[in-house]
Structures are given as C-alpha cells and as structure tokens.
Design a protein around this ligand. Structure first.
Ligand SMILES: Nc1ncnc2c1ncn2[C@@H]1O[C@H](COP(=O)(O)OP(=O)(O)OP(=O)(O)O)[C@@H](O)[C@H]1O
Length: 262
C-alpha cells in the first residue's frame, strides 16, 4: 500500500465577474490528477508556474478544499475528515515552503519558531525540553546552537531555509512536502539545501513530495516524477527513464529548458 495515494483529484476555482459577482466560469487548477507516493521514496511534481503544483500540495494538507477525487494517507481518505480527525495526520505531514523569510515570523526567535509546533503537538514538553529538542534540530540542519536566540532576519536565505526545514522536522513527520524549497535561493546555496534534504531523508527514513519547476532539480531529488501542465498530469514514471525517454512534448520542453552544464 502506498503511503499516499491521490486519485482523480479535481480542484476547481470559480471565476467571479458576471452579474452581481456571480461565478461565470471555473479555473481547473487541478484536473483529474492521480499519483502514488511509496513509503521512503521521493516523488517529484514538476511543471511551469500555474500548472497546479502548489494547489495539489495544499489539498494534501486540507488547506484547499478538493472539488472531487480522493487523497488516501495510510489507507484512509483524508478529504472527508473533520479538522479534529485530521489533526494527528497533520503532525505526520509537514511542509517546507519556498520563501523561508515569508514563512518565518520575523518577531519570533528561532527558539520560539522551532518550539511552536512542539507546543501544539507535544503538549507534555516543558520549555526546557523544547529548547533541548530545538538545539538538536539546529544541529541536524547544520546551524549552531546559539542560533536559538536570534531572529530570522539575522540569517542568510540558505540558513533561513535550514530553519524552515528544522521547524518541519520538529514534530517527527513521516511525510515531507517541499514546495519549491530552493527556487528563492542563490544557485550556489541550492545544492547545499538539496543535499541536506537528501541526507535528512535517509537519516530519518522520510517520504518526500518534492515540488519544483526545474526538471534538473526534480530529477536530482526524485525516484518517480509526475509532470503537470495546465492542471493535468501529462506524463509520469521512473525519474531517469522519464528524463531519458520523455514521451510527451511538454516534458521535452521542460528538458530543453534545463541549462547544459559546460
Ligand atoms: N485560491 C484560488 N482562487 C482562484 N484561483 C486559484 C487559487 N489558487 C490557485 N489558483 C489558480 O490555480 C492555478 C494553479 O496555481 P498553482 O499555484 O497551484 O500553480 P503552481 O504550479 O504551483 O505555480 P507556482 O509555482 O507559480 O505557484 C493558477 O491558475 C492559479 O491562478
């Protein structure tokens, strides 16, 4: 049984504008998308801006309601679940965002940022225990312990993404959704963050959904790749096979956009 199975997922948004702001049309942001994520593997979701990748990610965490279809996690369809039913799974499924500065509260120290998910999901921990866990998380992502007392703006983009990853790991998730985790970073820093994610995945036995618009980055990270275009899956398969023998013109176009290494 796959850890996560997405079947015929549709997410349509009404376009308002007609008489009295009535819905006149729909945007098919996600249109009959299906893919599986096996435990311990990385599935890459690739496509240009607007292809529907983030909308899929948000639906997996029930942040955006689905129009139809199913999302099965550990054999249970999460879409009909109430918030209370979903809460334990929310702990299991964590997200790393594209923009680390936008997703880290600038008024909170790193200690508070890392302690917050523990306050929510590990209520039995006192402040001392939370600080100890947070210091361990910083070490895991390659930051010094004194970072605990500093604020997000005091770090570089790459370091902030390390903090974002540490926050996602705080509650010991099994499944990590990384939505364009390196596209806001300098090229020189991107490889460091990608390698960190790979090392952490191996160490903690994590399953990853890795979302990006850059097929080279997605191939580097993934076992299986799902190519999205205008809300639909146009092709999916083994990462190397798909990149070496693309069957769809759109996949070829994405491959052509990958810069040649000189
Ligand atoms: N809440 C919303 N209401 C209306 N339209 C939306 C909403 N969220 C997303 N969309 C539309 O759905 C489509 C897919 O957007 P989405 O952000 O999922 O694409 P993406 O592939 O992740 O692109 P990017 O990498 O630029 O975020 C776009 O046309 C977008 O404008």
């Amino acid at each position: 049984m796959p850890l996560l199975s997405v079947q015929d997922l549709k997410i349509h948004f009404p376009v308002r504008g007609g008489w009295l702001g009535r819905a006149t049309d729909v945007i098919k942001a996600v249109d009959k998308v299906s893919f599986d994520v096996e435990e311990g593997c990385t599935v890459g979701l690739v496509g240009e801006s607007g292809s529907g990748k983030s909308t899929v990610a948000r639906a997996l965490l029930k942040l955006t309601p689905a129009t139809s279809g199913s999302v099965t996690y550990l054999g249970r369809d999460i879409l009909p679940m109430t918030e209370a039913e979903f809460r334990p799974l929310r702990k299991d499924m964590q997200m790393v965002f594209q923009d680390p500065i936008g997703s880290l509260n600038p008024r909170m120290t790193v200690e508070s940022i890392l302690g917050e998910p523990l306050e929510i999901h590990a209520k039995e921990m006192n402040r001392e225990a939370r600080r100890e866990v947070s210091a361990g998380l910083l070490k895991k992502v390659g930051l010094p312990e004194d970072a605990l007392h500093r604020y997000p703006h005091e770090f570089s983009g790459g370091q902030r993404q390390r903090i974002g990853i540490a926050r996602a790991l705080a509650v010991k998730p099994r499944f990590l959704i990384c939505d364009e985790p390196v596209s806001a970073l300098d090229v020189s820093v991107q490889a460091q963050i990608l390698n960190l994610l790979k090392d952490i995945q191996a160490e903690l036995d994590l399953t990853l959904l890795f979302i990006a618009h850059d097929l080279a980055v997605v191939r580097h990270m993934s076992d299986h790749i799902v190519v999205m275009h205008h809300g639909k899956v146009v092709e999916q398969g083994d990462a190397d096979e798909l990149c070496e023998n693309p069957r769809h013109d759109y996949t070829r176009k994405l491959l052509d956009a990958v810069p040649e290494l000189i």
